[in-house]
Ligand binder design. Structure first.
Ligand SMILES: CC(C)(COP(=O)(O)OP(=O)(O)OC[C@H]1O[C@@H](n2cnc3c(N)ncnc32)[C@H](O)[C@@H]1OP(=O)(O)O)[C@@H](O)C(=O)NCCC(=O)NCCS
Length: 277
């Protein structure tokens, strides 16, 4: 079969970015560098050196790993490339005893179903070019401080199902103005991107705290903004739509070889992004 499979490294960054662009995905170079540092990936290159496909895995704790950046250049789709790299990734995770979890686009969902992934819950990408924000500072919401990490990581571990401390600390550095907390109740982080800034993850003990954190973040972060809001918080989605956010695309959380995806989604209001969890 055409194309050579190989590990992904920094020298493939230009090709990786070209794949994100071709799919109109938001990752910038900092995102690809972060994901390659958190995990590992494979590419499929053609005889002329073109990187035609990628797949990454991001291990979180010792139980599961995110399958991420399953991308194929548009002109090379439906030739089995995604399935080939997915197989490499799944073999890698199987040998390490890690359960694969991912967030699928509608096209990706078909590829994953064939490999035995089952659907769990869903979320929606919303985008805003401008946002009408509440005029006043939201009570009880403040900038994340070093002393917050203890309770934040405990809450996030419950929501996500494993420690993702390296990821969360990297996001807090990427966009300090979006790194906000309501003490012991919840937190929000954000990052820059190719097309828009992305807010998330937003993890909170209750919907009121989630809305307060998001309202304050929207006051501080310049649009355009993307959010990935869970479909099990319809009131938050309606509130976002009233502020100028528009539905862009759906995603489905899927897991393979386990009855349930890890974590407790009741505490998740915005996911970090389909590529991160
Ligand atoms: C989704 C994507 C990665 C699939 O890559 P691909 O190399 O074309 O996939 P494969 O050739 O391995 O497809 C294997 C099978 O999955 C199913 N499938 C793949 N793409 C599909 C689509 N767009 N719609 C319906 N079924 C699809 C088919 O059953 C296909 O087998 P067939 O071609 O013999 O019918 C590619 O379309 C892509 O990069 N899309 C944009 C980014 C994206 O959505 N990535 C998935 C992230 S979760």
């Amino acid at each position: 079969m055409e194309g050579i499979e190989h590990p992904l490294g920094e020298r493939h960054l230009a090709g990786c970015l070209a794949l994100s662009r071709a799919a109109s995905w938001n990752q910038n170079e900092a995102d690809w560098r972060l994901m390659l540092a958190l995990g590992r990936g494979w590419g499929l290159s053609l005889a002329d050196g073109t990187l035609a496909a990628t797949t990454l895995v991001l291990p979180y704790g010792g139980r599961f790993a995110w399958v991420s950046m399953v991308l194929v250049l548009p002109e090379h789709r439906r030739m089995g490339y995604a399935s080939r790299l997915l197989r490499v990734a799944l073999d890698d995770l199987e040998s390490g005893g890690l359960t694969p979890v991912l967030d699928a686009t509608p096209a990706g969902r078909e590829v994953y179903r064939r490999e035995g992934f089952a659907e769990q819950w869903s979320f929606s990408r919303l985008a805003a070019k401008s946002v009408s924000t509440p005029p006043l500072t939201v009570q009880g919401v403040r900038a994340l401080g070093e002393g917050d990490w203890g309770w934040m990581l405990e809450l996030d571990g419950m929501a996500f199902g494993a420690s993702r401390e390296r990821l969360l600390r990297a996001l807090a550095r990427r966009m300090p103005e979006a790194a906000l907390v309501r003490e012991a109740g919840g937190f929000i982080l954000g990052r820059d991107g190719g097309d828009a800034r992305q807010l998330g993850p937003l993890v909170a003990r209750d919907a009121g705290t989630a809305k307060a954190l998001l309202a304050q973040a929207l006051r501080l972060v310049e649009p355009p903004i993307y959010v990935d809001v869970v479909d099990h918080a319809p009131a938050l989605r309606e509130w976002l739509e009233a502020r100028g956010f528009v539905f862009q695309r759906p995603f489905t959380r899927m897991v393979r070889g386990a009855a349930r995806a890890p974590g407790d989604e009741r505490y998740v209001f915005l996911v970090a992004g389909p590529e991160l969890g």
